[in-house]
Design a protein around this ligand. Structure first.
Ligand code: PGA
Length: 256
């Protein structure tokens, strides 16, 4: 059994005061349960250092939402992997649809960012999925895996987390249908098998993201291929995140 994974992406929200209040409320509700899985919260850059500080000696792990593809300082307004690591990020999201759309990141930009993350000691969480509901899921995921992960070793891939997140499922009232998620997760694991072998494909965690709520978690977690869930909007609500931890632990037995 793979260790379950939860990723909360706070996007462009949460002041420092809201971050402090979130951590206090979440820890009180969670009662240490999240120590049985990997719980990663990705705040905006402005709250990274504060969340890293507040999360010390707690089960909360901290991730950045993006990093620059560059390493030299002549990029006003950007944050390098080294700077994100310096304020306490341990993980980084690579390839969120909002960033791909708004900044024009291509799979080859994602590949560069992935290597920047690894060089700085950040563990990448790769977001992969199709843009349109009508796109062929297995082909799209095969192409993405080969474009983004082409220079990686199986050892590097083993350090990463994966989120299957179709663009059309973000910001909706309902998550994607379970059969669709199953197809995506299977296709992603098959693509990883083709490139990196069965052992790597069986050890990586693949979770689903896109309009996840605790109410839908039980239904989604009936999929045995799924190692956890990711939440955007709901991930800013301490009660919803604590409830998600409980749902996941009741469906998955954690490995120490
Ligand atoms: P959502 O966001 O849960 O609010 O749909 C998911 C995401 O963008 O990662």
């Amino acid at each position: 059994m793979r260790r379950p994974l939860i990723v909360a992406n706070w996007k462009m929200a949460m002041t420092l005061a809201e971050t402090r209040s979130f951590v206090q409320q979440f820890l009180a509700l969670d009662q240490g349960r999240s120590a049985h899985l990997d719980l990663i919260i990705c705040p905006p850059y402005t709250a990274l250092a504060e969340l890293a500080h507040l999360s010390r000696n707690t089960p909360i792990q901290v991730g950045a939402q993006d990093i620059s593809a560059h390493t030299d300082p002549a990029h006003t307004g950007q944050i390098s992997a080294a700077l994100a690591a310096d304020v306490g990020a341990q993980w980084v999201l690579i390839g969120h649809w909002e960033i791909r759309r708004e900044r024009g990141d291509t799979p080859s930009t994602m590949r560069v960012k992935l290597h920047r993350a690894l060089e700085a000691g950040l563990r990448p969480i790769l977001l992969l999925g199709e843009a349109e509901r009508t796109d062929p899921v297995p082909t799209t995921l095969r192409h993405l895996v080969s474009a983004v992960l082409q220079d990686c070793t199986p050892e590097e891939v083993n350090t990463m987390g994966f989120i299957y997140e179709p663009a059309w499922a973000i910001g909706q009232a309902q998550s994607a249908p379970t059969e669709h998620i199953h197809t995506g997760v299977q296709a992603l694991r098959e693509a990883i098998t083709q490139h990196f072998g069965q052992q790597t494909a069986e050890s990586i965690r693949i979770i689903y993201g896109g309009s996840v709520t605790p109410d839908q978690a039980d239904n989604l977690l009936t999929l045995p291929s799924l190692d956890g869930l990711g939440m955007g909007r709901k991930g800013r609500d301490p009660a919803a995140l604590a409830a998600l931890v409980q749902h996941i632990l009741s469906h998955r037995t954690a490995r120490p």
